[in-house]
Every structure is written in C-alpha cells, then in structure tokens.
Design a protein around this ligand. Structure first.
Ligand SMILES: N[C@@H](CCC[C@H](N)C(=O)O)C(=O)O
Length: 328
C-alpha cells in the first residue's frame, strides 16, 4: 500500500500524521502498533509517535496517538495542535472539536506565538488528581507536592492524569543536570508496583515569575524535546503550589521551543482545564510504500520539505536556546 504521510512537530515533539479522514486508509489495531514501531524508529524515518486523523461520529474529527514503542496513549497535547492544523487545512474550520480517547476537545487557530509560525490553542482536559486515574498504587487518594519515599528520599511529587498519566517534581539546576530523571523514569516505566501502566515523568524548574522550564521523559518514547500534556500538567502544579496564577499566561520553555499555558478552574464543576498554545509546524510530506505485514521494510518514494516554515521555526528555537543557556 501507499501512505502519503505528513511529518509535523509541536515544540520539536515530532509525529507522522496518517490521514484516515480524507482517504480510504484503514488499519487493524495490530497494524497501527506495528506501523508506529517501524516508522518511528530513529534509524529510519523517525518520530516520537504516529497521529492517526480519523472520521468521528461525535466531533469534527478524531485523533488516535501511538507512541514510538507501539503503545496507544489517551492524549497528546503537542500532537493535538498538529492535528488541529491538519484538520483545519483539510476541513477549513478554524475552530473545531476533536474526539480523543477520553474526551472531545476544543481546538482553535490563534495568534502566532512567533512571527509567521502557525499556532493553535488546544484544550487539555479532563484533569484528575485521583491516583486511581493514572494509576498510581499508593495508600492515599492523591499525591500533591508530597514525598514518594518508594521512589526518592527527598523530592516532592505531584501525580495527575490529564487524562494521560504524569508525575511531576520541581527541581533546582543541580538536580536537573544530574542523571536522576533518567534513573527515576526508567524505574517507573519498566514493570514496577507503583505505576503498573508507566508514567510520563517531568522535572520542572522555575525560571522567573510566569516562566518555567519543563523536561519530560515520556512513557513509550523516552526523553522528548517536549511533551504538551506534561507542560500543561506542570503549569497546573505550579499554580497549585503558588508559583503561578490561575487564568494568567505561563511561558513554558522546553528543549524544542516554547509554549504558553493558561490554567482554568471551574468553580461550579470544581474542575481544572488548561489551554495549551503553541506551534504546529510541518516538516515534510512523505510518500511511503508499505507492506502492512512487514512495515519495517517500508520504502520512501518521495519526500518534500517545508523549507520556509522549518527555517522560521529554527529562529524561535535559536532564541529559546540562547535564553535557556543563561536561565537554567
Ligand atoms: N507527547 C505527548 C504525549 C504522548 C503520550 C505519552 N507518551 C503517554 O504515553 O502518555 C504530548 O505532547 O502530550
């Protein structure tokens, strides 16, 4: 079969978009898993995941996210911005609802985060601090800026599902530069008693009022340039502990760029939601010939780069990296 794919990224978190919305492509569950493993392999094409954009009966379109290891995730914030742009181009809707595994989410085109960079705002919700929703197996109902001695003797952790699972801790430069995050992340993402389904692990550093840096080890992938749901969850955690404020834009720096988050609290429903605002950049169009039974044998027939937008994004990335060299 021939797949016309599109490689895109949100803050350098990169995905191959496969269109089942405007084409007749369709896959079995096993084929999706195998495709993700084969195409995300950095030795070949390479990506953090695959985003399948599909028809939906309850929303304008549907997104399914497969991590590089072939596992399916319930949500992907950076990926949702890429899907928002893709569906916006395909359906001509600046504002739409995207069905995801656990929620139908509002996405919309918004003011460029940096001159000339296509920017989308996506809703991150539902949010739960109940450890059962990750799941995290401990004797308490929540873990909010508290020790988790089974994992580390002194760090304070917050666990939340947005709705994919996140474990977040605030650290200083010394801890950030140590190998601790890699060690802890490896522990909770291999068979273990605390997080039976694994968890995305973020180390967060406060930079200046209204600005934070977030680095994430993603379940099913490893360290990525950025993780959108992790940056949203981290913004909420910094509001809960009084570092940032609800309803105020937070600048979230990451190794692949920068996004903005706004954390909302609905008094009536007693629920949180987060707006994640950032780039949705196309890298290249690609035409692949694939045997569904042996996807690792795929052949690249054609590749067309989006030169202008990738070089514009490189400017934002340069500015961010220069800032981080002194800020971290
Ligand atoms: N990169 C994503 C999250 C992708 C899923 C995650 N690895 C998981 O398994 O939960 C994002 O931008 O949110």
């Amino acid at each position: 079969m021939i797949i016309e794919g599109l490689k895109s990224h949100g803050s350098g978190n990169d995905f191959l978009i496969i269109d089942e919305l405007t084409t007749n492509l369709t896959f079995t569950e096993q084929e999706r898993e195998k495709l993700a493993k084969a195409l995300c392999d950095r030795g070949r094409l390479g990506a953090d995941g695959i985003l399948f954009v599909m028809k939906s009966e309850q929303a304008d379109c549907r997104m399914r996210v497969f991590n590089a290891d072939g596992s399916e995730a319930s949500m992907c914030g950076n990926g949702l911005r890429c899907v928002a742009r893709y569906a916006n181009d395909a359906l001509g809707l600046d504002k739409m609802i995207v069905e995801t595994m656990k929620a139908n989410l509002l996405v919309e085109k918004t003011k460029d985060i940096y001159k000339g960079i296509p920017t989308f705002k996506v809703e991150i919700s539902p949010v739960s601090f109940n450890v059962k929703d990750l799941p995290l197996i401990i004797e308490r109902e929540t873990l909010q800026n508290e020790p988790l001695p089974e994992l580390h003797s002194s760090l304070l952790f917050s666990a939340l599902a947005v709705p994919n699972p996140h474990l977040i801790t605030l650290v200083d430069s010394e801890i950030l530069q140590s190998g601790l995050q890699a060690d802890l992340s490896a522990k909770v993402n291999q068979p273990n008693e605390l997080f039976p389904d694994g968890v995305n692990v973020s180390f967060v550093k406060e930079l200046e009022p209204g600005s934070i840096y977030v680095r994430t080890y993603e379940r099913g992938v490893g360290f990525t340039n950025a993780c959108g749901t992790a940056m949203s969850a981290s913004s909420l955690v910094t509001c809960s502990i009084g570092l940032n404020e609800l309803e105020r834009e937070i600048s979230v720096y990451n190794n692949g760029g920068k996004v903005k988050c706004v954390v909302h609290f609905d008094e009536k429903k007693q629920t949180y939601s987060i707006d994640l605002i950032g780039n949705a950049t196309y890298e290249f169009k690609i035409s692949l010939e694939i045997d569904k039974n042996q996807p690792e044998q795929f052949v690249i027939l054609e590749k067309q780069k989006f030169e202008e937008e990738t070089s514009l994004y490189a400017k934002l990335q340069d500015e961010v990296q220069t800032y981080l060299q002194t800020a971290l």
